[in-house]
Design a protein around this ligand. Structure first.
Ligand code: DX5
Ligand code: ZN
Length: 227
């Protein structure tokens, strides 16, 4: 099974958010990625539970909330109540990660742990068997439209091998700088979910852009099956 596409609404037209989400759904999106930023952990301020609730109302797809915020524990229940199906927190800001992951699961959502590009994979050693998914940032968090940092591809391959060696079902998500031009390299890592923001919403045709990425992934998966 190949990877799926998770459009990040960060680069969407917020005045037409419902229509933009319907477009990416029609293009074959598998989940909706919501980038939550607090102006502390990252310089930018974006979306909170209110907009997440609005997203929830217009789609049946899983809503994937990526919390780039300090003290995420204070907001977990609010995001789940707003409709988040998946919540990921940064290992760089959480003091008691096992407790936070357990709290997300207790609330009924899938729990993800996120590493920024410079955070070593080794920080996952104790949490990996417990997390539902790992989100590898392929840009420094804070803004859409940045360039993918290539070292993350090798990091992803090592994570894939590690998860497989342990026989875990932990899924891998990659986030930042993915384009139609580099998605083959990203898929080759063996990731399960690929976030794309500006590549989808940046050119005025979110449906077509999503469909193009989905089509490319299908071709890559097909090629893999033939080898
Ligand atoms: C960055 C966010 C990403 C980003 C993806 O802090 O977590 O989800 O918006 O956008 P692109 O695909 O434009 O890098
Ligand atoms: Zn994100």
């Amino acid at each position: 099974m190949g990877a799926v596409i998770a459009p990040s609404i960060l680069s969407a037209d917020f005045a037409r958010l419902g229509a933009e989400i319907k477009d990416v759904e029609a293009g074959g999106a598998a989940l909706i990625h919501v980038d939550v930023m607090d102006g502390h952990f990252v310089p930018n301020i974006t979306i909170g539970p209110a907009v997440t609730r609005a997203v929830r109302r217009v789609t049946q797809l899983p809503v994937d909330c990526h919390l780039m915020i300090e003290e995420p524990d204070r907001y977990l229940a609010a995001f789940v109540e707003a409709g988040a199906d998946m919540i990921s927190v940064h290992v760089e800001v959480v003091h008691h990660l096992e407790r936070t992951v357990a709290a997300i699961k207790e609330l009924g959502a899938k729990a993800g742990v996120v590493l920024t590009p410079a955070t070593p994979l080794e920080t996952l050693s104790e949490i990996l068997p417990v997390a539902d998914f790992v989100l590898l940032m392929s840009v420094n968090p804070g803004f859409g439209g940045q360039t993918l940092i290539p070292s993350v591809l090798d990091k992803g391959k090592r994570l894939r091998a590690w998860i497989d060696r342990l026989g875990l079902a932990t899924r891998i998500e990659i986030d930042g700088g993915v384009t139609l031009q580099n998605i083959d390299e990203v898929a080759a890592v063996g990731v399960d979910m690929i976030v794309a923001g500006s590549a989808i919403f940046g050119a005025g045709d979110p449906r077509g852009a999503t469909a193009a990425l989905v089509k490319k992934l299908a071709a890559i998966a097909e090629q893999g099956n033939r080898v």
